[in-house]
Design a protein around this ligand. Structure first.
Ligand code: ADP
Length: 851
């Protein structure tokens, strides 16, 4: 046994224990423990070893001391061998030893191993679970050693080293844990917090920075700081619930959702979960929690909810346009801001009008909803910007000045307080490329709109577009219906609809009035037929036929005499077949018009014309009766005069009187013909005739008259033209044409050309007179129609009418060619065979007036 090494000096066991216990690093603990063991025992060598359970004890884990200040030497090989022995023995003995941590008999076990020159005393160092992880030993060649230290003291020192090593291990584990926690909390993108409810201190992991966002304020390690950033509407609840959970010893965890203030001033939706660490009495010592930003999640869930809600609202079919706009404005305002205006573009695209407006603040709502309605230019302000760009516009922070610039209507501008700031969002309402209007939202600047909000508003606008277009169409339809109703009312038209399936008629009041139908409900078609005069019921059937898609085509117009006691009534029913868009059914829709008055006028007209025709017929007969004897008398007289006083001028005067009589006869003949034609009494007496012969005879008759008028008359018979015709009528035609040629072309030559082809023959009379304007070419063949003034040329305008009637009665035609001032050629074309002979048109004068 040696003297205690210097530096160690005399040391009491308690002090040694405190020193060892005060150390926190395993190496230092071992070194100090073995130094103190050496000092206390006075042994030459003291050794401490510690390793992880199960590891071989190696030199790395030794601490060796040859005296008070001699630590850190490597043990000699013999010691090393002894240590391995010692490990084996101690581990083998571990189980029984575990029960007796002090184990004074352990030394004996070691001693019995018989290594006198090495090991003397040793105590095991154990881990908390009792496993042997090292030893504290004093080595001495002196069999009595350790004389100065009792086995119990050495054991105590071992226990102290054990405790200190345990502490150090725990500390390391805690550090590792902490490190892992930090790593995890950073990686987890959550704001992990550790709150000490006693001191109200809070430790924050880095995740809080992400949650606060860019330019985050200083994170204060205080619970009060956290509470101060919770939304005022949520703060009370969160604090109350967290307190209650902390106080309840049986509660181990807590969870809440609330809004947490971001650095930007917007609110993050967070989910906060916490776990309580309690002491034996259940007091919360620590609360460890994690805050997770669920805004995006919440947003997309909220987005879907809003979209669904708005779609549902908009799809309500019964919504009138006004209600649609109001509902849209309210729904959007409630979900997306403080206010929303539905701005609708006028049809001409120049102005916008607020069709719906809602502000969440009832006071604002009242004050603004009228002001916003004033129409404004479609090219100004926020709305103008949205409409012209067809893009959403987001103004996150708009000051009062900005706001006023965006708002165009002046009453609204005046209503904006000068201090107000706002966040604005606008989205165009577009359907198939057509801009219908815009949705404009506004909310407090403390919750500025984000790009996500802009996307959401656009989605809402897209959904609204279809509903708005529908509503507008309905509106337009209503307008049109109203206009139509007014028009129908003004014309006093009745309207009706006939379905061929049910044979029922639906009609309006006017229609019922005109047809004396019952005041209400659909009317069977047969009932309507009863209202028609029996003579006209067959015509009414045409309506039903048309409705069924047969007969008269898609459109019918019938005049019907209605059947009522007393006065005569007439209606005109006009109908069109339409096909239902929904069912493959035809319907007939139509109008009914009272034409009684028209019918009366028509009848009066017919009557007047009939009276005129009758007068003409009587008058011409009456005129002709004295004319024939007058002419005969004049001729006899002339002959007598010539015989008595030859060459006297008196005979010439008689000639003039005779010509005038002839002219009068011709006029009367014409009048008679017209009355025959209109009454259908003109008939043809067909015989084989030669047109050339007829022409020659008539021309000869006209020689004298032509000569008097200074016209040469040339006849050109190109080809023999024979046919089955009424000779006297052909003479009449030639007479009329030649007398016209002389009358309208005096002093100019006249040519008559007769020609024939296989099927037809023609006679053309050409003059070089005043000619006919092509515009008059058709008109002059009508009754009483003339193209010259009565002052210059006398006549009734009947000659060509009669010519045409005769031509057509033969199945032929008459035409004129020429130009004003350039003479004219009238050509009669006749078929050579009688099969083409037509009946002379006849019937009531009303149908032939003007023909
Ligand atoms: P009227 O000769 O009695 O007027 P017509 O029926 O014979 O009646 O002729 C109708 C109109 O046709 C005439 O008024 C005249 O304007 C025009 N017309 C007829 N024949 C000729 C002609 N040869 N040249 C120019 N105009 C003619």
């Amino acid at each position: 046994m040696s003297t205690p090494p210097e530096g160690g000096g005399a040391i009491a066991l308690p002090e040694a224990l405190v020193r060892v216990m005060g150390l926190l690093q395993p190496r230092l603990i071992l070194a100090e423990a073995c130094r103190l063991a050496a000092v206390l025992s006075g042994a030459e060598v003291a050794l401490a070893v510690a390793a992880a359970p199960g590891d071989r004890w190696t030199e790395d884990s030794y601490a060796i001391s040859r005296g008070a200040d001699d630590a850190g030497h490597l043990p000699p090989p013999s010691v090393r061998a002894a240590m391995l022995d010692l490990q084996r023995q101690l581990e083998a003995a571990a189980a029984p030893l575990a029960a007796e941590p002090a184990a004074p008999d352990l030394a004996a076990v070691v001693q019995r191993s018989g290594r006198e020159d090495a090991l003397t005393w040793a105590v095991p160092l154990r881990a908390q679970d009792g496993a042997v992880v090292g030893a504290l030993a004093v080595l001495s060649t002196d069999p009595q050693a350790p004389g100065r230290v009792s086995m119990a003291d050495l054991g105590a020192l071992g226990r102290a080293a054990e405790a200190a090593l345990g502490n150090a291990a725990e500390l390391a584990a805690a550090r590792r844990h902490q490190e892992r926690l930090l790593l995890f909390s950073d990686a987890a993108d959550e704001a992990i917090w550790d709150w000490n409810p006693v001191t109200n201190q809070v430790w924050w992991a880095a995740g809080i920075q992400a949650l606060l966002g860019p330019a985050a304020p200083k994170v204060e390690p205080a619970h009060a700081w956290k509470l101060s950033r919770i939304h005022p509407e949520d703060a009370d609840r969160v604090e109350r619930e967290l307190d209650a959970a902390a106080r309840d010893p049986n509660t181990t965890s807590w969870k809440a959702e609330y809004r947490f203030l971001r650095a930007s001033g917007s609110w993050a939706s967070v989910e906060d979960r916490a776990y309580f660490l309690r002491d034996r009495d259940g007091h919360a010592l620590r609360v460890v929690g994690a805050m997770r930003d669920v805004s995006a999640l919440r947003d997309s869930a909220e987005r879907l909810r809003i979209l669904a809600e708005v779609s549902r609202t908009l799809s309500q079919a019964a919504l009138s346009p006004e209600r649609l706009y109001e509902t849209l404005a309210r729904t959007v305002a409630e979900r997306m801001g403080d206010s929303c205006a539905v701005r609708i573009l006028s049809r001409d695209g120049t102005t916008v009008q607020t069709a719906g407006f809602f502000h969440r603040d009832p006071d604002f709502n009242r004050r603004l909803s009228q002001a916003v309605r004033i129409p404004s230019s479609a090219f100004e302000g926020l709305t103008g910007q949205v409409l012209s760009s067809r893009r959403g516009v987001l103004i996150a922070h708009a000051g009062a000045e900005d706001l006023k610039r965006q708002v165009v209507a002046s009453p609204l501008r005046d209503a904006i307080p000068s201090t107000v700031t706002s966040s604005l969002l606008g989205a165009p309402i577009v359907l198939r490329g057509r801009v219908l209007g815009a949705l404009i939202c506004n909310r407090r600047v403390s919750e500025p709109y984000t790009e996500q909000d802009a996307t959401l508003l656009q989605d809402l606008a897209d959904r609204a577009a279809l509903a708005i277009a529908n509503a507008q169409q309905q509106d337009e339809l209503r307008d049109r219906e109203e206009r139509l109703r007014l028009a129908v009312e003004a014309t006093r038209l009745g309207t009706w609809e006939l379905s061929p399936e049910s044979r029922m008629i639906r009609c309006d009041q006017r229609c019922r009035e005109l047809l004396w139908l019952p005041d209400e409900g659909p009317v069977p078609y047969d009932r309507l037929v009863q209202r028609i005069h029996p003579d006209y019921r067959a015509r009414a059937a045409a309506l039903l036929e048309a409705a069924e898609g047969g007969g008269g085509g898609a459109e019918v117009r019938v005049e019907l005499r209605t059947h009522r006691e007393g006065a005569e009534h007439w209606v005109e029913m006009h109908a069109r077949r339409t096909v239902s868009e929904v069912l493959p059914l035809h319907r007939l829709i139509g109008t009914v018009l009272d034409i009684s008055e028209r019918k009366r006028t028509e009848r009066q007209l017919t009557e007047a014309i009939r009276a005129r025709d009758e007068f003409l017929s009587i008058a011409s007969h009456e005129l002709r009766t004295p004319l024939t004897p007058l002419r005969l008398q004049l001729e006899t007289l002339r002959r007598s005069v010539e015989r008595m006083i030859p060459g006297d001028r008196f005979a010439e005067r008689m000639d003039v009187a005779l010509r005038q009589t002839q002219r009068l006869s011709k006029l009367v003949e014409n009048l008679l013909d017209v009355s025959r034609i209109t009454s259908g009494r003109m008939s043809l007496e067909l015989e084989q005739c030669d047109l050339g012969e007829v022409a020659r005879e008539v021309a000869e008759r006209f020689q004298e008259e032509a000569a008097r008028a200074g016209c040469s008359l040339e006849l050109n018979l190109v080809k023999e033209a024979t046919g089955l015709w009424d000779r006297s009528r052909l003479e009449q035609v030639a007479t009329n044409l030649l007398s016209n040629a002389i009358k309208y072309g005096p002093g100019h030559p006249i040519e008559v050309v007769v020609n024939a082809a296989e099927e037809q023959a023609t006679v053309a009379v050409s003059d070089q007179g005043i000619g006919v304007d092509p515009e008059d070419a058709a008109r002059i063949f009508q009754r009483f129609e003339r193209a010259v003034s009565a002052r210059h040329y006398g006549g009734l305008g009947l000659g060509l009418y009669i010519v045409r009637q005769i031509a057509e009665a033969h199945g032929g035609q008459i035409a004129v060619a020429g130009r004003p001032g350039g003479g004219s050629t009238f050509t009669l074309t006749l078929p050579r065979r009688p099969m083409n002979v037509l009946q002379v048109p006849s019937g009531p004068s009303i149908f032939t007036t003007g023909n």
